[in-house]
Design a protein around this ligand. Structure first.
Ligand code: ZN
Ligand code: ZN
Length: 253
């Protein structure tokens, strides 16, 4: 297979590992407590995130909870309404870093997630994790593919994360009365995160798909973990926060 195509296929797989770990662990489990995971599965997700993204759990959680506390109003760390669609789509990671560095954000919004022993020893060292990830790629596929995969994966992960915050608050359907939007195509690429209107309506729901024909690729994995007794779901039925189902119309604001 052509070097570029082979690298692209590997990069898609690596990015999807990072995306599934982000939505199942960082988002649904750590941020919203919609799921309770066993310590071994938690460790596995943290390991994947460490070598594919270098993200620290408490930082991601704090920024994300801040977004729920100030959705599209002053204080939202990454709102396309405040900053413009293009800024959030393309420079989401800068807004993320800015929010992490703001004094008090992590200590206030992730106070339940004080660094554990494994955080201090392993997962807080972002560049060591990314270095291990790249080294693994070099050892398995050689340096040429390793470089291409690293660049492609970084681009895809950042663009998809940006799209959840930018597209997911701008274009798409709003079945529930909130500013976020649902996009099935984005949900397919982001393990369910594209159903962002549903998520703002019921943030503690472990399941993102709440209607017919909605795609949540992470849900079968979560169900599998439940059956394997590695996960517990907090609410059997989604709990809605001050939401009414308004319509099925598509808005293109
Ligand atoms: Zn949102
Ligand atoms: Zn959330």
């Amino acid at each position: 297979m052509h070097l570029f195509v082979k690298s692209l296929v590997i990069a898609v797989v690596v990015t999807q590992f990072a995306i599934f770990s982000t939505t199942i662990f960082l988002h649904r489990t750590a941020s919203h407590r919609a799921i309770k995971l066993s310590s071994r599965v938690t460790f596995m997700f943290k390991l994947i995130l460490w070598i594919t993204t270098g993200i620290r759990t408490r930082e991601w959680v704090a920024v994300h909870r801040l977004h729920h506390a100030f959705t599209d109003i002053e204080g939202d760390p990454h709102s396309p309404v405040l900053e413009g669609f293009t800024a959030i789509q393309l420079k989401n990671v800068m807004f993320y870093r800015r929010a992490v560095k703001k004094p008090g954000v992590v200590s206030k919004y992730a106070k339940d997630l004080a660094p554990t022993r494994s955080d201090k020893l392993i997962f807080d060292h972002a560049f060591v994790g990314l270095g291990i990830g790249i080294t693994l790629l070099v050892l398995i596929f050689g340096w040429e593919i390793a470089i291409l995969v690293s660049v492609m994966h970084t681009f895809m992960y950042l663009m998809l994360s940006g799209a959840i915050n930018a597209v997911g608050h701008t274009f798409g359907r709003r079945p529930y009365d909130n500013l976020a939007t649902n996009n099935n195509w984005l949900a397919l690429l982001t393990a369910g995160e594209g159903l962002h209107n549903n998520h703002h309506a019921a943030p503690t729901s472990a399941r993102m798909a709440l209607g017919k024909f909605q795609l949540d690729p992470a849900w079968p994995i979560i169900r599998f973990l439940v059956v394997a007794k590695q996960a517990q779901i907090r609410h059997a039925e989604p709990k809605f926060v001050n939401q009414v189902r308004v319509s099925k119309k598509s808005y293109a604001s």
